[in-house]
Design a binder for this molecule. Structure first.
Ligand code: ADP
Ligand code: MG
Length: 954
């Protein structure tokens, strides 16, 4: 920069006017064009209704976007890159073409407006500049709506405040600044801002016509050779529609908004008017945030261009005229521009030397003046030639011209007292402004806090709805479990009934067994008696046999002796032989008869004994079986009892779960109530804060502070409440964890139950196998019985044969017994028949027993089957219960995860956004190899951030 540019230069605000073409609706309504442009080549004037307006530049409706850019905005690019501040803002009624002029259609090379063209140009300029310049470019994008600054790159910043830096230049504190290194980066930022703007509002058209959007490009450059640093800020502002409120027909809150919008626009008008009026010393920049932000652009250090956008339609005549008046006033405003240079130590030294020299010169002059003053005071008259040349003074004070300009009345005759007073007042004013700024910042912080709280409320509401859903689900679950419980109860009832039946059966069987035992006892008694009889009969038989043998012997002896005697007698007498023979025969017959009767009797006794012993055996077997059955039934009973106790335990646990769910529900409902209360409170606080924000009068400072303190305390209370809420949530979390534990223990119990059941099942299977085995054994028994019967048959045959043989023997032994044969035969037949009858009876008995056992078999089998089915049912029930437990467990896990995630998110949100990394770019770097070649410098690829710098020189 050259030396002379350091001195601030006066520069008028440039005002250009653009008329858009008549739009369709205006043409349809038959609106006429009220503007008349000169027929000549002049491009700076026109007339409306006979009144001529003169501006720096006038664009007809046919003017292209490119023309408007080239002639109204292009020069600002080089200014900004040379270290000047720049501003372009568009003023005009809604739909007069402000946005069309500022933005146009981004991405369309013909329809794109000033902003995209400027962005492209800035980078192209940089690429064609000296290689040793390094640039840092950052952009911000925000809107001002209802005098609140809303960051479009961070939606959480909804009410930012304006502060002043050390040079007393206002800036938006805390606004997001994005470092960019290419036009694409900038367009990305713009797109993001626009989409955020769309998200925040419902009616975009209405919103954009009521809000001011500000796009700020901040360019810092450093000369790497001499470390000279320059910086320039470029404000690109699309103002809200300048139309009167009445025209929009706004009402209620909308009217409120419109008033506020017009307030900031009227503040802009007032600032312009005050600046245009040379007599006004106070410029009301502080009346709105818009004018504060544009403070440097209006009468400060900036090259400013105002785009006056107008509709040429007769329908809009009044608005157009007021817009043109605004432009006319603005044209007279003068800015004082200078380069924003950060001086190096060397430079500062040079300037110091210069000032020192100037100071010495001034001291000399003051001495001269003092001498002259002394002479005047002493009553002397100093000649004109001797008087000090006052022109010298103006030369000297030129460097302080800005001070003089600001305080023209202080140039002359100010007493020390008034200077002090003024200084004091200024200080006071400064202090108050500082306070105001602080309050603004506080408001900003509070509104951000409110926003955060709102978000939290939304989050909490979400949590509540999800909890409610969960609760409903749990209730459903509970009803389901209750149903299950009912089913289980019914099942238990059935089982109990079955058990009762079994018990009854058991009683019957025991009774039967008792009866049988008694019978057995009776039979045993009989048997004993019979045995005794048998024994006595046998002994008798033996005796008889002995006797018969003896008698036979004696008989034979007698016979032989008799025969001998007879032969002797016959020999001796040889008289009456027939009589003797007859006597002998009769005695023999009697003996034979007695003998057969005795035999019959014995055989009868034998048969009976056999039957009795057989019966005994059968009864013993039956008793054994009955005992087995009793054992089995007892086992079944114990299993059922166990099941009952398990179900009871389960019912108990389920009831507990229900109670817990109820508690949870109650807690959640309380939460909802508390949150609603908070919501109301917050809304009230918001309203209060909004009202407070409006009051800006100095006199109301005290009130404001009070309101603030109240608000702060209210908010603190709210925070405390929130903390409480968080605690409650944590409590619920803990409760849920407890419920989870409970479920796991239940699950364990169920698992144990399952293990028990499986062992029982195994036992049952074993018993089943045993039963099978018993059945097989029984079959074997049957077989053996059949075999026994066969052998019995065989024995009977043998017995019959034996009898026949014996009979034959006896007949052969006593060849002379022909007459008694038929009787003996009859008796034998009778005996045999009797025997046969007995045997058939026994056989029948056996068959009956067999059939009874067979009847018993299907019953037992049926019972076995029912037991098996029951086991299966229990198994499925167990499986279901297991699955339910697993699901519950999963659900609780999910719930826990969700709560954890929410807590994590909250803690993350508390930490705030992260710092950005600057992306410096270098001048002279071609974006493409073509551009680099065109720029004529060697292309360098530089990838840099704050920590990395890598240069690859080709
Ligand atoms: P504002 O931002 O002032 O409310 P817009 O820029 O949105 O107005 O313009 C309103 C409409 O008029 C848009 O559809 C726009 O395309 C159109 N328009 C504005 N100026 C021109 C122009 N110079 N040439 C063609 N159409 C224009
Ligand atoms: Mg617009």
């Amino acid at each position: 920069m050259s030396e002379e540019r350091e001195i601030p230069a006066e520069d008028s605000i440039r005002v250009v006017c653009r008329f858009r073409p008549l739009n369709d609706s205006e043409e349809r309504a038959g609106s006429k064009c009220i503007v008349k442009f000169p027929s000549g080549p002049e491009e700076n004037c026109f007339s409306v209704g006979g009144k001529v307006y003169l501006f720096d530049k006038v664009f007809k409706p046919s003017a292209t976007q490119e023309k408007v850019y080239n002639e109204a905005a292009k020069s600002i690019v080089s200014d900004v890159l040379a270290g000047y501040n720049g501003t372009i803002f568009a003023y005009g009624q809604t739909s007069s073409g402000k946005t069309h002029t500022m933005e146009g259609v981004t991405g369309d090379p013909i329809k794109q407006g000033i902003i995209p063209r400027i962005v492209d140009d800035i980078f192209n300029h940089i690429y064609s500049m000296e290689v040793n310049l390094e640039f840092h470019i950052k952009v911000s994008y925000y809107e001002i709506y209802l005098d609140k600054i809303r960051d479009l790159l961070d939606v959480s910043k909804v009410n930012l405040s304006v502060h002043e830096d050390k040079n007393r230049v206002p800036y938006v504190k805390g606004v997001t600044e994005r470092f960019v290194s290419s036009p694409e980066d900038v367009f990305e930022v713009i797109e993001q801002g626009k989409s955020n703007r769309h998200i925040a509002v419902t009616n975009m058209n209405e919103h954009s016509s009521r809000s001011h959007s500000v796009f700020l490009i901040n360019v810092k450059q450093e000369n790497l050779e001499n470390q000279k640093k320059l910086s320039g800020k470029l404000y690109l502002v699309d103002l809200a529609g300048s139309e009167k409120v009445s025209k929009t027909g706004a009402e209620g809150t909308v009217l409120d908004e419109a008033k506020n919008i017009n307030k900031s626009l009227s503040a802009l008008g007032n600032v312009i008017s005050a600046l245009a009026d040379d007599k006004k010393t106070h410029i009301p920049y502080r009346d709105s945030k818009l004018t504060r932000i544009l403070q440097e652009s209006l009468g400060g250090n900036a090259r400013t261009t105002i785009m006056i956008c107008c509709s040429p339609a007769s329908f809009n005549e009044a608005e157009t005229k007021s817009t043109l008046e605004f432009g006319r006033r603005a044209k007279t405003v003068k800015n004082v521009v200078c380069v924003n240079e950060e001086l190096t130590a060397e430079e500062w030294k040079r300037r110091y030397e210069r000032e020192k020299e100037k100071n010495a010169r001034l001291k000399g002059k003051i001495e001269k003046l003092e001498v002259e003053l002394m002479r005047w005071r002493a009553g002397e008259t100093v000649n004109v030639e001797e008087q000090f040349d006052l022109l010298d003074i103006t030369e000297v004070t030129l460097s302080n011209i800005d001070v003089l300009l600001e305080k023209p009345e202080t140039a002359n005759n100010l007493t020390m007292a008034s200077v002090d007073e003024r200084a004091f007042l200024e200080n006071e004013c400064e202090r108050l402004y500082q306070q105001l700024d602080d309050k603004d910042e506080e408001i900003n912080q509070q509104s951000q806090h409110v926003e955060k709280l709102k978000e939290q409320i939304i989050e909490q509401e979400e949590v509540i709805t999800s909890s409610r859903r969960d609760y409903e689900y749990l209730q459903m679950e509970v009803t389901r479990i209750q149903e299950e419980n009912e089913n289980a109860k019914a099942e238990v009832k059935e089982v109990l009934q079955a058990l009762e039946e079994l018990a009854v059966n058991y009683d019957q069987k025991t009774l039967e067994i008792d009866l049988k035992n008694k019978e057995i006892d009776a039979l045993n008694g009989e048997l004993v008696q019979r045995q005794i009889l048998l024994n006595s009969a046998q002994s008798k038989l033996h005796q008889m046999e002995d006797m018969s043998a003896h008698q036979k012997k004696r008989n034979s002896e007698i016979l032989s002796s008799l025969l001998r005697d007879i032969s002797e007698v016959g020999q001796a007498l040889a008289a009456d032989p027939n009589e003797m023979k007859l006597n002998l025969e009769t005695s023999c017959d009697k003996l034979e008869e007695e003998f057969t009767i005795a035999r019959l009797f014995i055989s009868e006794i034998k048969a009976e004994a056999k039957i009795v012993s057989q019966r005994c055996l059968n009864l013993e077997k039956f008793q054994q079986e009955a005992n087995q059955k009793i054992n089995e039934h007892e086992k079944d009973l114990s299993v059922c009892k166990l099941l009952i106790s398990q179900y009871e335990a389960r019912i108990k646990s389920l009831q507990e779960t229900i109670r817990e769910a109820e508690n949870k529900k109650r807690a959640l409902e309380e939460n909802v109530d508390a949150l609603r209360g908070e919501c109301v409170k917050l809304k009230a606080a918001e309203v209060v804060s909004a009202v407070n924000a409006e009051e800006k009068q100095q006199a109301a400072f005290e009130n404001l502070r009070e309101a603030h303190t109240k608000q702060v305390s209210a908010l603190r209370d709210e925070i405390a409440e929130k903390q409480g809420l968080i605690n409650e949530l944590q409590d619920t979390n803990q409760k849920l964890a407890l419920a989870h534990q409970q479920m796991t223990t239940d699950y364990e119990k169920l698992r144990q139950g399952e293990a028990e059941k499986t062992t029982k099942l195994q036992e049952l299977l074993l018993s089943h196998e045993r039963r099978e085995q018993a059945r097989k054994d029984f079959k074997g028994l049957e077989d053996t019985v059949a075999k026994e019967l066969n052998t019995l048959h065989a024995l009977r045959k043998l017995f019959v044969q034996d009898l026949q043989a014996r009979m034959k023997q006896s007949s052969s032994l006593e060849d002379f017994e022909d007459n008694g044969e038929s009787l003996a035969q009859k008796q034998k037949n009778y005996f045999l028949e009797n025997n046969l009858e007995q045997l058939t009876k026994m056989h029948k008995q056996l068959v009956r027993d067999n059939s009874v056992l067979r009847c018993e078999l299907p019953k037992l089998e049926k019972r076995l089957r029912t037991t098996m089915e029951r086991v299966k049912l229990l198994e499925t029930a167990l499986k279901d219960a297991k699955e339910g437990a697993m699901q519950d467990r999963k659900r609780y896990q999910y719930e826990m995860d969700r709560i954890k995630e929410a807590v994590r998110q909250k803690s993350l949100a508390r930490r705030g956004p992260q710092a950005q990394i600057a992306k410096p770019i270098r001048a002279g770097q071609g974006q493409t190899p073509f551009k680099a070649a065109a720029a004529g410098s060697s292309p360098r690829l530089i990838v840099e951030d704050r920590s990395i710098r890598r240069v690859a020189q080709s």
